[in-house]
Every structure is written in C-alpha cells, then in structure tokens.
Design a protein. Structure first.
Length: 157
C-alpha cells in the first residue's frame, strides 16, 4: 500500500466519522458538508415505510433539518439520544479520485441497541477532501422496542 492510498483511506474514514458525529448531533451544516453537491442519499432494500431518496445537498439539508422541527402532533422519535457506532469498513480505491466502501453500523438509544445495518458508499475526492457522492443505507435489524420506528416517515418532505 502506498502513502497516497493510506492518506485516501484516512480521508474517507474522516468523512464517515464527520457524517456520524454531525448526524447524531443534528449539525446540519457539518452534515451536508460531507456530501458532493450532486450527492444521492437513499435507502436500499428497506420496507416502504423506511424508504427515502434525496438528491443534492439542498434536498439532503432539507431532510436533516426536519429532524429539528417536530411535526405538530408529536416528536420525530422517542429517543433522548442516538449514537451511531461504525464497525468494520472495507474501502476500495477505484481510481485516483474515487472509492467505494461498505461499512457496518449500529445505532444505540435509550434502550441500548436500537437498529443496525450497513452503508454502501461511493466517494469522490474534491480538492483535498473525500466526499460522499452516493450513500445507500441498508437496515438489517430493528429492535421491537425501537425508538425510531416512525422517524423516517415523520421527516419526509
């Protein structure tokens, strides 16, 4: 492995950490900053109630900010906190400025493990940063007591 490959992998890991920290803390500017201008963020292989697709930073910003604005009839979700933990991540550099990755994640809330799955990502290097060009979110499992059961539905635009 070359130094450039190591630096690319670390840049990609930093982007994944930035996404997770910003998303859990609902920091919209930091969250949107990890995506390319033309990025796609979507679910893949999930039940219809959990499905979504957002194209471009503007649409992704709209989605993350709706988590801060609960509907009139109640909160977006029932958790007092959420922490996504990233686990195994396999990164493949596909070109000098492109990469793909598969990363396992688990989300913890007040009940402990709440739901989990994996990300299928395409990255593109823009300037000196590796940004998400396409994130597909897969859900493998959700606790019967999940505090996020209706969250996706309640944050639709």
């Amino acid at each position: 492995m070359t130094l450039d490959e190591l630096l690319a992998r670390e840049g990609i890991r930093q982007t994944m950490a930035d996404y997770t920290m910003a998303g859990d803390r609902l920091k919209a500017d930091d969250f949107v900053a990890v995506f390319t201008e033309d990025a796609v963020m979507e679910t893949d292989g999930v039940p219809a109630a959990d499905a979504f697709r957002y194209e471009g930073r503007t649409a992704i910003r709209g989605w993350i900010t709706r988590w801060l604005e609960p509907p009139a009839d109640g909160p977006v979700h029932k958790a007092s906190f959420i922490r996504h933990h990233l686990a195994t991540s396999q990164i493949e550099l596909t070109g000098p400025d492109t990469a793909k990755a598969r990363t396992y994640w688990t989300a913890y809330t007040d009940i402990g493990p709440d739901h989990c799955g994996y990300y299928l990502d395409a990255f593109r290097k823009e300037g000196d940063r590796w940004l998400l060009a396409h994130r597909r979110i897969r859900l493998d499992w959700r606790s019967e007591q999940s505090l996020y059961t209706t969250a996706v539905e309640r944050t639709r635009g």
